[in-house]
Design a protein around this ligand. Structure first.
Ligand SMILES: Nc1ncnc2c1ncn2[C@@H]1O[C@H](COP(=O)(O)OP(=O)(O)O)[C@@H](O)[C@H]1O
Ligand SMILES: [Mg+2]
Length: 345
């Protein structure tokens, strides 16, 4: 039996999603193969050894009977492998991965570089531009330490006239997103010039890096990548968000938001997307798994990369395990494979 440490919760806006994901993993894992230790990180970043045999980590009582972890490093050193089921900042962004590297313990998922690049929408775009992955037109807005917002151009010069630049280069409506965020937190659609600065200021509460993108009337398509040096890619799944766009509520609370595998789009386009997904995974030096998301422009039929998620949602309704199941790999076998992949150094 392998000693497996599972970590959930965390300090990001996706804290509760992580607890949902971890609950699903626990419900599906081959219990006879692992000696599981469960750690929960609360929103302040405190680590707790959780009571075992919890059937639902989303309950408010999840920390009852738990024990604060004082020696995190010591705890990590005792494990054969770690599965950080964490989404967003301080979990999916390379920070926890750095800690696991320092402790020299095998862990599930992408390494430091792939995690941090993929978490940051601004830097994902910069890297993937170099390998010719199509992306929507965008601008990088940065909040300086004195609070001033500036556009950072491709040569890292500062441009102060934000409104004119957005209007001429992207047009309105546009999308404004905190760069290192997920689950649509800090993500807004901006329809009017009058709203632009307010929304940028709002987004800047979540992150100093902000992405402004042209708005695409699109179909949202997702793929699952699994592996290390020779990754496999799933078929393409389609998101059918209910509401204006795929917001936090439509992702997790709206029963009307549906998914469909395979996507209801031309097979040639699906093949194109699957090729891009593998290229994206390789370009960021992915490891283990990633969900790679795309937009298909309804007017032009052009495909664009949206983003790469290195620790995608793992709840029972999440796209990643569904796409892998479509390949004939059950949720339980997927967990085994991910843990096996963790040991490639
Ligand atoms: N440029 C865009 N044009 C149209 N819709 C967008 C655009 N960018 C984001 N969206 C909508 O917002 C959602 C969240 O954006 P995304 O970049 O995926 O952020 P997150 O990391 O929070 O998931 C998308 O799933 C999509 O519905
Ligand atoms: Mg997304």
């Amino acid at each position: 039996m392998k000693k497996l440490l599972m970590i959930c919760g965390g300090q990001s806006s996706e804290h509760i999603i992580s607890r949902m994901s971890c609950t699903s993993v626990l419900q599906n894992i081959h219990n006879d193969l692992y000696e599981i230790t469960l750690v929960g990180i609360d929103k302040d970043g405190v680590w707790y050894l959780l009571k075992q045999n919890q059937d639902d980590l989303t309950k408010e009582t999840w920390l009852d009977g738990s024990q604060k972890v004082d020696d995190i490093y010591g705890l990590l050193k005792q494990q054969d492998v770690v599965f950080p089921v964490l989404h967003g900042l301080y979990g999916e962004d390379g920070t926890v991965q750095g800690l696991l590297e320092l402790a020299n313990v095998p862990y599930v998922g992408c390494r430091v570089l792939a995690s941090s690049v993929s978490m940051d929408k601004v830097y994902t775009k910069k890297i993937l531009d170099t390998v010719g992955i199509p992306q929507v037109k965008s601008l990088y807005v940065k909040k300086k330490y004195d609070g001033q917002l500036v556009i950072i151009d491709s040569e890292f010069n500062e441009v102060t006239d934000i409104i004119t630049t957005v209007k001429t280069q992207l047009g309105l409506p546009c999308f404004i997103k905190a760069s290192r965020s997920g689950s649509s937190v800090g993500c807004y659609r901006c329809d009017t010039e009058g709203d632009l600065m307010n929304i940028l200021n709002e987004a800047s509460k979540y992150d100093r890096h902000i992405v402004v993108e042209e708005c695409i009337d699109c179909i949202e398509l997702e793929t699952a990548v699994l592996g290390n040096d020779n990754p496999i890619v799933s078929r393409v799944g389609q998101i059918m968000p209910h509401g204006e766009f795929y917001t936090f509520e439509s992702k997790y609370e709206d029963e009307e938001s549906k998914t469909c595998i395979p996507a209801l789009v031309d097979e040639k386009i699906q093949e194109e997307i699957r090729d891009y997904a593998l290229k994206v995974f390789k370009a960021v030096d992915g490891h283990g798994l990633s969900r790679v998301d795309f937009f298909l422009d309804k007017k032009t039929n052009k495909v664009y990369l949206n983003e790469i998620n290195t620790m995608p949602g793992f709840t029972k309704i999440s796209m990643y395990p569904q796409l892998i199941a479509d390949l004939g790999i059950s949720y339980s076998d997927l967990i085994d494979q991910l843990i096996e992949l963790a040991f490639d150094k």
